[in-house]
Design a protein around this ligand. Structure first.
Ligand code: S3P
Length: 448
């Protein structure tokens, strides 16, 4: 069962060497934030390289519903005419964030300290995900939220009329929660403080500074203490969205496991809060050269030359690295299946509340493909079978999760027998050009 009506079955077959250049689209996290911060600035924000995946398109639509003027001018080229901090109008209808946890959580934060009411919903995957992690800290500002049992969508959020600033220590390592609190803090008077024990992706902090907010980050014994001064006037920006390292992970990992491959993946972020997968792959013995390091769109990037790596070894991934590679465990577990020995991924229970329960989805699919795994609530262990050793010959269930779909299609490129996924349609949420890009490299991926 795919879980929705327009399921698109797909399959992947053992492929010849992958060759060529894999230019992946814009970063999903930065794309959402460009639209949201642009909507809170006064004047016109210009964006290039915006990811035109469904998640981001849903956020664009939501920003229009809250009163911003959002216009597409050409591929990835957009403008946002913002309404200013505290200037959101009450939407006339329900806000549907589709599949996107980032979209809904950041937007809830953004409207939480303006005296308007909005009702949020999403697809069957998003309606299962916990929103309490965001509405709990928002309640400290004076925001009220009424959702289904377990803090699930649909949910109505009533913005605080007289918000107070908040000091909040994150109980989970989550950039979405951190960002929601900071966005709410924008329209509260005084200083809002967020403390994170483990650093998570820092795009909100970097971009808020760029848009002219007063924000400091102090490293203390407690962790990162982020202090934001409320009620600034945000200045519109010109944002060049860099490529998405989480999307780059799929062609990169495909090249590592498909014999004879040699590809170039340009402009991959080396931001320390995003590059955990790449450190891990190198430790496993992956042949990746980091060429031409430079800065693009305010992020440190490099071009990756990636070659087939027949001698990768399983490792213990340091649990403290999890936040910097949280979206990459599914594809890492595919690489691990083609490595020698065990790859141990601990401290990964957050994977259970992503677009799907990713520990379960990967474990069941890998087992069906003949790979031995071990799991508990917070751990996934993959017993590698070495290059060419994975039987395949199964259909993986994707549970409306783009990264599960792409991971099993990549696995199929190097498995002995064809691998199918029951539904590849969620790939549109984050990587709409995945199929074409992989074909051009020489991957045998088909629909049906
Ligand atoms: C994101 C944060 C992460 C990540 C998601 C994007 C963001 O989620 O998994 O894909 O843009 O802030 P969590 O905050 O739930 O870890």
């Amino acid at each position: 069962m795919s879980g929705h009506a327009d399921a698109q079955p797909m399959k992947a077959r053992k492929s010849g060497p992958l060759k060529g250049v894999a230019e992946v689209p814009g970063d999903k996290s930065i794309s959402h934030r460009s639209l949201i911060f642009g909507a809170m600035a006064v004047g016109e924000t210009r964006i290039s390289g915006l990811l035109e995946g469904q998640d981001v398109l849903d956020t664009a639509k939501a920003m229009r519903a809250f009163g911003a003027t959002v216009t597409r001018h050409g591929e990835g080229v957009w403008t946002v005419n913002g309404v200013g901090v505290g200037g959101f109008q009450e939407p006339a209808d329900v806000i549907d964030c589709g599949n996107s946890g980032t979209g809904v959580r950041l937007i809830m934060g953004t409207m939480a300290t303006t005296p308007i009411t909005a009702t949020f919903t999403g697809d069957a995957s998003l309606r299962k995900r916990p929103m309490g992690r965001v509405t709990d800290p928002l309640a400290l500002f004076g925001t009220q939220a009424y959702g289904r049992k377990g803090g699930r969508l649909p949910m109505t959020v009533v913005g605080a009329a007289n918000p107070v600033p908040v000091r909040y220590a994150l109980p989970v390592a989550s950039a979405q929660v951190k960002s929601a609190v900071l966005l709410a803090g924008l329209n509260a008077p005084g200083e809002t403080v967020v403390i994170e024990r483990e650093p998570t992706r820092d795009h909100s902090e970097r971009m808020l500074l760029g848009f002219g907010a007063k924000l400091t980050v102090e490293k203390t014994g407690e962790g990162h203490v982020i202090t934001l001064t409320g009620q600034p006037e945000l200045r519109p920006q010109t944002v060049a969205v860099p490529r998405d390292p989480s999307s780059a992970a799929f062609p990169t990992c495909a090249a590592l496991i498909v014999e004879g491959s040699d590809i170039l993946v340009p402009g991959v972020s080396q931001n320390l809060t995003r590059n955990g997968l790449y450190l891990t792959l190198v430790e496993m013995g992956a042949d990746i050269e980091f060429q031409n390091p430079r800065e693009e769109g305010g992020e440190p990037v490099a071009d990756l030359r990636v070659r087939f790596s027949g001698n990768m070894k399983g490792i213990e991934v340091p649990p403290e690295r999890a936040p910097s590679m949280i979206d990459e465990y599914p594809i890492l577990s595919v690489v691990a299946a083609f490595a020698h020995g065990r790859t141990v991924m601990r401290g990964v229970k957050e994977l259970r509340v992503k677009e799907s329960d990713r520990i379960d989805a990967m474990a069941r699919g890998l087992e069906a493909c003949g790979v031995k795994i071990e799991e508990d609530e917070d751990t996934l262990i993959v017993h590698g079978l070495g290059p060419g050793g994975v039987p395949g010959g199964a259909t993986a269930k994707t549970h409306i999760d783009h990264r599960i779909a792409m991971s099993f299609l990549v696995l199929g490129l190097a498995a002995k027998a064809e691998v199918a996924v029951d539904d590849g349609s969620p790939i549109q949420t984050s990587f709409p050009v995945f199929e074409g890009l992989m074909h051009r490299l020489g991957a045998d991926i088909r629909r049906g």
